[in-house]
Write a protein that binds this ligand. Structure first.
Ligand code: G
Ligand code: G
Ligand code: NA
Ligand code: MN
Length: 254
């Protein structure tokens, strides 16, 4: 069958799973959160990266079902870890524009949290900049519903889209994730360094938490620490890990 045909059966076949990438708070030296990342291991087609199948799932509308599965699975995993004493940890879940646009998404999130008895403050939803900009007027009001629930909101891949400062100020977000495109050459490219330090300063002046993505080297960590970036995520700390391995990683941290 075609890949899109196989995708239609992915939930029934149990071919999806989540991996988790830890985030380190630089000032505290503590693992404060994990990002849940989707993986599809197809019987027929092998491993298919999310960048390939998520657009397909969006086209077919299947992303709504898949997205709800991701949300529930991420929350269930964190709830299990909380029983090992990791009660301060948060989980970040990537959300597609189609999920955000459906009228009842705040209710879906609220129901999942209630079912699992996970505190809303343990959950962060990641939205890409392009998604937020494409639906400017609509999204500000929509996002407010999540804040009222007590769920945190992050702008993912920040810097790759077109967010204006004025627009950012109007969105009830809590976190900015600096895209890895700016982090890779951070310590060699003065422009990337300038962009990164400016985004950190701007985010802090708006009262936002800043996470740098794609952090791979000690030199990058040093720069980010000097510029008071709150958290780092990337291969320097850890690649995305299977749930059990991520739990072990966090429990063994220092
Ligand atoms: O883990 P990886 O680098 O392969 O992820 C590639 C992209 O796929 C990331 O940009 C991420 O935002 C997106 N992605 C990963 N998991 C999910 C998910 O559960 N839902 C959505 N909508 N996007 C995801
Ligand atoms: O777009 P989003 O930030 O949701 O996706 C994060 C993606 O980046 C994941 O697919 C993850 O596998 C990948 N990733 C995580 N850490 C690193 C890193 O240090 N370097 C690079 N190149 N990619 C990373
Ligand atoms: Na976090
Ligand atoms: Mn993300």
């Amino acid at each position: 069958a075609t890949i899109s045909g196989a995708l239609r059966k992915v939930l029934d076949r149990g071919e999806l799973r989540l991996v988790f990438q830890p985030q380190l708070a630089l000032a505290e030296g503590r693992i404060t959160g994990v990002e849940a990342l989707l993986r599809w291991q197809s019987d027929e087609h092998g491993d298919i990266p999310p960048a390939d199948f998520i657009p397909m799932a969006e086209e077919s509308g299947l992303i709504l079902e898949i997205g709800e599965w991701v949300l529930r699975e991420a929350c269930l995993t964190l709830q299990r870890w909380r029983q090992h004493g990791l009660t301060e940890l948060t989980v970040s879940v990537n959300v597609s524009v189609l999920q955000l646009l459906r009228g009842d998404f705040p209710e879906v999130v609220s129901r999942v949290l209630a079912d699992i008895e996970l505190p809303p403050s343990s959950l962060e939803l990641e939205l890409t900049e392009s998604v937020l900009m494409a639906n400017a007027e609509h999204t500000a009001a929509k996002l407010q519903a999540f804040r009222e629930l007590g769920v945190s909101l992050a702008i993912d891949d920040f810097g790759t889209g077109y967010s204006s400062l004025a627009y950012l100020k109007r969105l009830p977000i809590t976190t900015i994730k600096i895209d890895k495109a700016f982090i890779g050459d951070l310590t060699h490219d003065p422009e990337d360094a300038a962009i990164t330090s400016t985004v950190i300063t701007m985010a802090h002046s708006l009262g936002l938490n800043v996470v740098a993505e794609g952090v791979e080297t000690e030199a990058q960590v040093r720069f980010l620490r000097e510029h008071a970036c709150n958290e780092v995520q990337g291969f320097w700390l850890s690649p995305p890990l299977e749930a059990h391995a991520c739990l072990a990683f966090i429990r063994n941290w220092r």
